[in-house]
Design a protein around this ligand. Structure first.
Ligand code: 13P
Ligand code: ZN
Length: 450
């Protein structure tokens, strides 16, 4: 895609001349902030009156009819900002799309930036929606990128940035965020272009930001205000009364409205980062495979225990929870106190009779395993499960009823060595479930890893 034809004498230099001061300032600022490591970042400017020039034509992956005949100054791939600041013309390409926007020619010794797809997709949108916005700056602001790691959900990230300092009141509505998409990719280009219909700056998770304005100074302003907010968020997050620990963005999912967002001493707890699935939207989460373990609760007395088991069932992403008999089920105030909102993320159904639930499960080939200290019980850590399996947990005082035990394909217990000779039913469920999870390798599976 190299241009072999001699460029028309000094066309690039003449075109760039009116913009050299702002390009130099922008490049200098990006470099001095430490956001432009190696060749990080790129700039572009949309220009209308660029004459046609000769040279081989490069085809575009997708056409931009609205940009037909439009010219651009764009940094060359691999350009260092600190060098651009010293000698802007040598780091720039002059590029012009053909009449129908299906290909382009360019003048420079370098290839145009690897983010050309995102720059073109964005300029196409800006040309139509906000023609006065002619510049684009992409860079890698350190604090902002760090914050995208801590808050992968755009809503939470934007909520935090918006509260960090007063300037953000002005900029907040012009800013949005995208999840990680590969640098230089068509996906990143398309998502970015779409976002610029409504916004003037788009954060790219784990990568950086791209911003527009009528000139490079105003695009730079946006980026500097955002990174300042990100720096404040990071610097203040461990201080008592930190505002970072109270994201205003509404939770993505009912199950994500964790009370634990605020540690009692105001120290940020970052629950969202620790859960493997909390970056997912409700639809994506609903599409994840659930573990082939059903939990049947046979006449549990305590609604608090049921809530704890809901929370556990969410954490281990089990197939379903089946409260039976007089076991509490949602909505229930006591249950909600310990379930911490997980009744929305765990599939559940209830039966009047535990035996009826077990018969239905068995008819579908599901192994039924009772948890009970009985003569024939196998210690849980030695039991051979056959999946799918259903764990049946019984009443805290009375245990499992005889009719339930008779329907079990196996019985397990947890060896105990104390005076009381039993443990809490929710604790027992946790021990058994996580033993299964570690034996089956589920703990090491990163189905949802980013
Ligand atoms: P270029 O040097 O190709 O412009 O790439 C820098 C960059 O930041 C890519 O996202
Ligand atoms: Zn980049």
């Amino acid at each position: 895609m190299r241009n072999n034809t001699q460029p028309p004498a000094d066309l690039l230099a003449r075109t760039a001349a009116p913009y050299l001061a702002e390009i130099t300032t922008a490049a200098q600022e990006l470099a001095l902030h430490g956001w432009a490591e190696a060749n990080a970042g790129n700039l572009s400017l949309r220009l209308n009156d660029i004459p046609e020039f000769p040279g081989p034509e490069n085809r575009l992956v997708r056409p931009f009819p609205d940009l037909g005949g439009i010219g651009f100054l764009i940094t060359g791939a691999g350009t260092r900002m600190r060098e651009l600041a010293k000698d802007p013309v040598s780091g720039l390409c002059l590029l012009r799309l053909n009449r129908n926007g299906t290909g382009y020619r360019f003048l420079c010794d370098l290839e145009p930036s690897s983010e050309l797809p995102a720059h073109l997709a964005t300029h196409a949108v800006l040309a139509q929606h906000r023609p006065e916005h002619r510049t684009l700056i992409h860079t890698h602001p350190t604090a902002l990128v760090a914050l995208t790691l801590l808050y992968p959900e755009p809503e939470a990230l934007l909520g935090i940035l918006g509260r960090m300092h007063s300037e953000m009141d002005v900029f907040q509505d012009r800013l949005t965020a995208l999840p990680f998409l590969p640098p230089g990719s068509e996906q990143l280009a398309q998502a970015t272009g779409q976002a610029f219909k409504d916004y003037s700056a788009v954060i790219w998770a784990r990568h950086g930001i791209i911003a527009t304005g009528p000139d490079f100074y105003s695009a730079l302003d946006l980026i500097q205000v955002c990174d300042k907010a990100a720096q404040i968020a990071l610097l203040s997050r461990n201080l008592p009364g930190s505002r970072v620990s109270r994201p205003q963005g509404k939770p993505m999912h009912k199950a994500r409205s964790l009370k634990g967002w605020n540690a009692p001493d105001g120290i940020e707890t970052f629950y969202k980062v620790r859960s493997r699935d909390s970056h997912l939207g409700p639809e994506q989460f609903a599409g994840l495979t659930r573990r082939p373990v059903h939990i049947v609760l046979d006449n549990l007395r305590s609604a608090f225990n049921v809530g704890s088991i809901f929370r556990l069932a969410d954490a281990a992403r089990v197939a379903e929870l089946i409260p039976c008999g007089y076991t509490a089920y949602p909505p229930n105030n006591k249950l909600e106190q310990t379930s911490l909102g997980t009744t929305g993320s765990v599939p559940w159904r209830r039966f009047d009779e535990t035996t009826e639930a077990l018969r239905q499960l068995k008819s579908k080939g599901i192994q039924v395993v009772g948890v009970e200290t009985a003569e024939q019980a196998v210690p849980y850590h030695r039991f051979e499960y056959r999946f799918p399996t259903a764990l049946v947990l019984g009443n805290e005082a009375l245990g499992l009823s005889q009719s339930v035990l008779e329907l079990c394909d196996g019985i397990i217990d947890i060896p105990v060595f104390g005076y009381k000779n039993s443990i809490n039913v929710a604790a027992a469920a946790a021990v058994i479930l996580y033993d299964i999870a570690s034996r089956t390798g589920w703990l090491d599976q990163t189905e949802t890893a980013r």
